[in-house]
Ligand binder design. Structure first.
Ligand code: GLU
Length: 493
């Protein structure tokens, strides 16, 4: 495929969500797969719905997930600077461009001015609703004679510009995911292209920019499918060749309703706060709607790129499953190089002084138990709390006697006494303790239960030997000594 240029074109009307992230990802994958260009364009023509923080959020989220655009607003100064030659990539900066094209459409009679007031349009809509008709413009101004139009324009009557949609016939185009799609022209509204304040609507700006930015493939959410015939009519009217279209299936919640917070869906960047790894989220999101074939589940961004094909995107909606995403994240936590994991984990640990090496060891000791980095605090508390506090009764292995705890801790102290700092690695500790327990005729549980509590203060903790290796000889010896005192107290009680 030659000269692939695709764009992700969010409107800054809110934070980037899972759906938007997937659209961005599929555009990115398609571009990279075909050696093309991935463009970020900001569609901010709807001033009323503009949310100021959303542009920064979109930029930060795309960057965090590694979906770096080749052309688009410069992240360092997005409103003023662009990367690439087809800019500006923010539509509010391109107002004049759209107006030129509207003049062209008017000259060709492909569009017409509409002088209907908001009041008239409102009552028309109400009437249509009460008669159970699809709300649409009734074409009143379409039939005005040219001299009437001229005199109203000269007198400065407020107006919009509408697309003149054929009243009969049908329009067919090929969608790369859905195949042939046909719309009856009679069902297509005379879309407003330019608002009375001179601002373009989404439809006009979108088509003009896709053309001027040389977009080869439009890959976007399914909700835009009904807009596509209007866009194709615009391309025709302007004598431009339309790009190829691909409309991505919807993402629904587990109950097959619109995805929302109820389903665990958060703004995309929020998952950073929730202890997810960008790689894991990307991996999970890529499989929402795209079926790589086979049963492989884990892919790096590079592997996704190599394997991506838009034809393998499903038509049917996909279901967002937060549990599955947590599971994917857990798998990444378990398998990623500890050193690569540490930078993501750092913000979740209370001990800011912790060295990279220690942090990596700590992660190794707990990563089998956590699904997100947010859970480090819970499973890593053995490490972060200097003086762990617990109910001494916990030291008694169930079912056991108070003496068992005491005997076990004395046994452990004796083993520890003969050990050096160098012995404090997981395999050495495991070997030594398992052998000593065996030769003494005791049971693992009898010894390891009190030891686990002595170290972590909890019944459920990371592996005992992993914790010992992370904390080191001195801390372990001290925690066992404290437990011994507590166990003696228990005996007296
Ligand atoms: N601005 C539209 C949105 O927010 C883009 C639709 C399109 O890609 O054409 O989804």
């Amino acid at each position: 495929m030659k000269n692939v240029r695709v764009r992700f074109a969010p409107s800054p009307t809110g934070f980037l969500h899972i759906g938007g992230l997937r659209t961005a990802l599929f555009n990115y994958l398609f571009a990279k797969k075909h050696g093309g260009t991935f463009i970020l364009r900001i569609e901010d023509t709807d001033a009323a719905r503009y949310v100021p923080e959303s542009l920064a959020n979109i930029i930060e989220a795309l960057q965090w997930y590694g979906l770096i655009w080749d052309e688009g607003p410069d992240p360092l100064d997005p409103f003023e600077k662009s990367i690439g030659d087809a800019g500006p990539y923010i539509q509010s900066k391109r107002k004049k461009i759209y107006q030129t094209h509207v003049s062209e459409l008017l000259e060709r009679s492909a569009a017409y001015p509409c002088f209907c007031t908001t009041e008239r349009l409102d009552s028309l809509r109400k009437k249509q609703a009460s008669e159970k008709q699809t709300p649409r413009y009734d074409g009143l101004c379409r039939a005005l004679n040219p001299s009437e139009v001229k005199s109203r324009l000269v007198s400065g009557t407020s107006h919009t510009i509408r697309l003149r949609v054929p009243t009969e016939g049908s329009l067919t185009f090929r969608d790369m995911i859905r195949g042939e799609v046909t719309f009856e022209c009679a069902t297509i509204d005379d879309q407003v292209l330019l608002k009375s304040d001179g601002f373009p609507t989404y439809h006009l700006a979108n088509v003009v920019d896709d053309h001027l930015m040389n977009i080869s493939h439009v890959i976007r959410a399914e909700e835009w499918l009904p807009s596509t015939p209007k866009h194709i009519l615009l391309y025709k009217a302007l004598e431009w060749t339309p790009p190829f279209f691909a409309h991505l299936p919807m993402i629904l919640g587990s109950d097959r309703t619109k995805l929302s917070k109820r389903h665990g869906a958060e703004p995309a960047l929020e998952y950073r706060q929730r202890g997810f790894l960008p790689q894991a989220v990307i991996n999970y999101i890529a499989l929402l709607g795209w079926n790589p074939g086979g049963d492989r589940e884990f892919f790096t961004l590079n592997q996704l790129t190599n394997g991506f094909s838009i034809e393998k995107v499903n038509k049917a909606p996909s279901i967002f499953d937060i549990q599955k995403m947590r599971w994917t994240n857990a798998s990444y936590l378990r398998t990623m190089e500890p050193n690569r994991l540490a930078p993501f984990a750092r913000k979740f640990v209370t001990d800011k002084e912790i060295s990279d090496e220690k942090l990596a060891n700590l992660l190794v000791s707990i990563r089998d138990r956590i699904e997100t980095l947010e859970e480090i605090g819970e499973w890593g508390s053995y490490f972060f709390q200097k003086d762990i506090a617990y109910d001494p009764a916990l030291l008694i292995p169930a079912p056991g006697t108070k003496e068992t705890a005491l005997v076990a801790l004395i046994f452990v102290s004796e083993v520890l006494e003969k050990m050096n700092d160098e012995d404090f690695t997981e395999p050495v500790l495991r070997d030594l303790f398992v052998n000593r327990i065996k030769s003494s005729g005791k049971k693992n549980g009898e010894i390891l239960w009190p030891l686990r509590v002595a170290i972590s203060g909890k019944k459920a903790s990371p592996d005992v030997f992993a914790m010992m290796a992370v904390l080191g000889r001195e801390v372990i010896t001290q925690r066992v000594a404290t437990a011994l005192i507590l166990a003696q107290g228990l005996k007296k009680a």
